[in-house]
Design a protein around this ligand. Structure first.
Ligand SMILES: Nc1ncnc2c1ncn2[C@@H]1O[C@H](COP(=O)(O)OP(=O)(O)O)[C@@H](O)[C@H]1O
Ligand SMILES: Cc1cn([C@H]2C[C@H](O)[C@@H](COP(=O)(O)OP(=O)(O)O)O2)c(=O)[nH]c1=O
Length: 211
C-alpha cells in the first residue's frame, strides 16, 4: 500500500484588514487546481468548541477578559481546533490553510498586551503540543491602506480587538515583524498591496519549495 504523506500546515498572519480571508480563499483554489485536498479554517474558531470560545473572546462586553485570561482562552480554543480538525487533516495527507494561529497570540497578547513570549509558548505546548506551521505567510500592508479597506466593509460587527486604539495595533504589527525576523525559514513576509491576484501569486511563490 502506498502511504500518503503528511499534509502541509500553512498559516496566514497579519493585522486587521490586510486581506487574509480573501487570500485564504484564493490560495485554497489555486492549490486545489494543483490536485491537493485543502482544508480552510480560521482562529479563533475552526471547531465547534473553539467557535463557542470565539464568541466569548470577540463579542463580550468591554474589558471582559484580562490579558492572561484572554491568552488562556485563545490557547484552549486552539487546543480543540488542533486536536479535532488540524491534526486529523494533516494525518490524512491534506493541506490545512489557517487564517491566524499561534503567531497572532504572540503578536496580540504578547506584543500588544505585554505577556511574555515564553509564557505564551508554554501555553501552546500544554494546549497543542507546540505544533508549528510548515510555513507562515505574514501579510504586510500600510496601516492606512488596511484601515481604508476595513472601513469599506461597514456591515460587519466590529470586534473587541478592532475597537482597540491605534497604538495597540502599531505594537501588534511591530511584534509580527520581530517574530518573522527571528524565524526566517518558517515565516515569509509578503507585500499585501496591489490586486488580489498579484498578492496570491506572491503567496504561491513563497510556498514553491513545499509544493
Ligand atoms: N488586494 C486587495 N485590494 C483591495 N481590497 C482588498 C484586497 N484584498 C482584500 N480586500 C478587501 O479588504 C477588506 C479586508 O479583507 P479581508 O480579506 O477580510 O482581510 P482580513 O481577513 O485580513 O481582515 C475586504 O473588504 C476585502 O474585500
Ligand atoms: C487567533 C488570535 C486572534 N486574535 C485577535 C485578532 C483579531 O483582532 C481577532 C480575530 O478576529 P477576526 O474577525 O478573525 O479578525 P481578522 O478579520 O482581522 O482576522 O482576534 C488575538 O488577539 N489572538 C489570537 O491568538
Amino acid at each position: 500500500m502506498i502511504m500518503k504523506g503528511r499534509g502541509r500546515f500553512i498559516t496566514l498572519e497579519g493585522g486587521e484588514g490586510v486581506g487574509k480571508s480573501t487570500q485564504i480563499r484564493a490560495l485554497a483554489a489555486a492549490l486545489r487546481e494543483r490536485g491537493l485536498t485543502v482544508v480552510e479554517t480560521r482562529e479563533p474558531g475552526g471547531s465547534r468548541g473553539a467557535e463557542a470560545i470565539r464568541e466569548l473572546l470577540l463579542h463580550s462586553e468591554g474589558d471582559a477578559w484580562s490579558p492572561r485570561a484572554e491568552a488562556l482562552l485563545f490557547a484552549a480554543a486552539r487546543s480543540d481546533h488542533v486536536s479535532r480538525v488540524i491534526t486529523p487533516a494533516l494525518e490524512a495527507g491534506q493541506w490545512v490553510l489557517c487564517d491566524r494561529f499561534i503567531d497572532s497570540t504572540r503578536a496580540y497578547q504578547g506584543g500588544g498586551s505585554g505577556l511574555s513570549d515564553e509564557d505564551i509558548m508554554t501555553l501552546h505546548r500544554i494546549g497543542s503540543e507546540a505544533l508549528l506551521p510548515d510555513r507562515t505567510l505574514l501579510l504586510r500592508l500600510d496601516v492606512d491602506v488596511a484601515e481604508a479597506r476595513r472601513s469599506a466593509r461597514t456591515l460587519e460587527r466590529a470586534d473587541r480587538f478592532e475597537d482597540r486604539q491605534a497604538a495597540f495595533h502599531t505594537k501588534v504589527v511591530a511584534a509580527f515583524d520581530r517574530i518573522a525576523e527571528a524565524e526566517p525559514q518558517r515565516i515569509r513576509r509578503i507585500d499585501a498591496d496591489g490586486q488580489p491576484d498579484e498578492v496570491t501569486g506572491r503567496l504561491l511563490a513563497a510556498l514553491a519549495d513545499l509544493l
